[in-house]
Design a protein around this ligand. Sequence first.
Ligand SMILES: [Zn+2]
Length: 284
Amino acid sequence: MEEIPLWYWLIVFFCVGACVGSFYNVIVYRMPRGISLINPPSHCPLCKKRIPIRYNLPIVGWLWLRGKSACCKQPISVIYPIGEALCGLLGALALYAAVGFGTDFTRPVLSPQTWANAAALFWLLLGAYPVCAVDCQYKLIPDSISVGGIVAGLLISLIPGGITPFQSLIGAVAAGDGLYLVGWIATKVLKKEAMGFGDVKLLAGYGALMGVTGAVETLIVAAVLGLLVMVPYGMIKNRKAAKDSNEEEGGQIPFGPFLAVAAPFMYLWGDLLMVLYLTHVLEQ
Ligand SMILES: [Zn+2]
């Protein structure tokens, strides 16, 4: 372990990320069609033949077959290997960001804190995609990511060097309860459902991964991003609604994607952003 250089670990992280991307492909195909994720095992959607394991390898399988299925020679969309490659890159990016974007790829990765950061960033970066996709389409956040984040955060906190298990637990409870309270007040003030419980669970997960401060920073940046997108979107929507009056109420913009995009950035640069804010904005 002590001799293994960074470039090797980057390849490992890329491969694990690509496998996660491959799993996402399965979910995206099967969930809307109501097919179980495990059973039946990987099969051709056209001729229903089993797909051998070697063709299921992320990216490689598609290249091997030159984009055509082995069984019935039907074209397989290039979207699949591209999605896998992007997830692979996000996986490698998690480790590369954790080591501080250096240029020395031959040094070994030794500090446990780096591994803790790499694991947390891996979760945040690869979790962002399903949160965005599912929340935009179905207006809900998958529990496997939100509640899963609480579990992942607590597990990662066992690695020495990052936040402690106690900080992780407090982060989850404080972030979840805090956002629940904000949502409760907003619901009373606006007299309509202001915050989904999915967002509360998602932020609790970020609290477990990043601690209270990181979760609060994520919430603030996500709210600012949300306003920047929502205000122009709302104006366009209203103008459109005024034109054809039969259109039903303007579509609610989900909040989960903003949290999911803000979280990895705040994990990396939240403290820096806070210092910049304190020195430049408040000391004017
Ligand atoms: Zn087939």
